[in-house]
Design a protein. Sequence first.
Length: 316
Amino acid sequence: MQISWRQYLTLKLAKRNAIFSLGISVGKHTHYVVGLVKQGAEVYWAHACQFDITSFKSEFSLWIKANNLAGTPTYISYTESYYQLLQVDRPDVEENEVHTALQWPLKELLTINKEVAYDYFDLPVQISGQHKINTVAIEYHHIESMSQLMLDLHLDLKQIVVEEIATCELVHSHSEAVLTLVQELSGEICLTIIKDNRLYMTRRLRGFDNLGQFSPDELRMGIIESLCIQIQRSLDYFSNQLRQPPIKHIFVRLPIDHQDIIAEDIEKVIDMPVSLLTPAIAMKIDININDFSLNALGAAMIALHKSNSRSTHEAA
């Protein structure tokens, strides 16, 4: 996407208000927006909005203009329904040619039939003898339309990421590897293993998207046991195949009433501390975090940590 010098100067000279950063979660039916505010050295969560996808453009535009947010650093994270995350062999070419070379294997692997925007990020560790990279592909028109809206509203679009990368920001302060189970509303559970703000592995756990429909007793009739089997497989892969020190903590955040019970039972079965994932940021807003999007919060928190990872698609 190209912008004119007039548009560029308008964006850079836009008056900044008190908001430190905006994080936008692009969901299948609903888009969530988080606003972080900075006062002195403190950054806290102060704004939380949600918009139906059909009216997002008009209502979000009105909200931005009403709050005089032109020039605000903005970070967008897409949810699972928009992208494909694939692990492929790294092309045997020079570093500056990797992106171009990826178009050929992606054409064979992707199930998206339209023009895509794609990027890649390296794996921190590899299975012996392999040289893989993670690739992310999104239909190009999604990226183009959202980027154009940010430009039209004079928002300073910094990065575009996906759920797995946004989750890394939620446990940024942990130097030892942790396993997280995070689920967006109406989405599948995303299992990630993160260390030093880097994504070591990720899996989507199929078949657990309706956990909220079951009672505690029903959850204990095989469902939690099945979940624990998937967790243990990931822990074993991390330790045995990737030859990493054993993980010592699991964090859970599920948008259901019984997540405490699930966390307690996982702790008993896996024999490892399990805590509810609570992002390390102060909240000055009356909102139930279980009913909102951690994907949007993770996106906004990228500004806190000044991530320079290649796991993002840089805005043009």
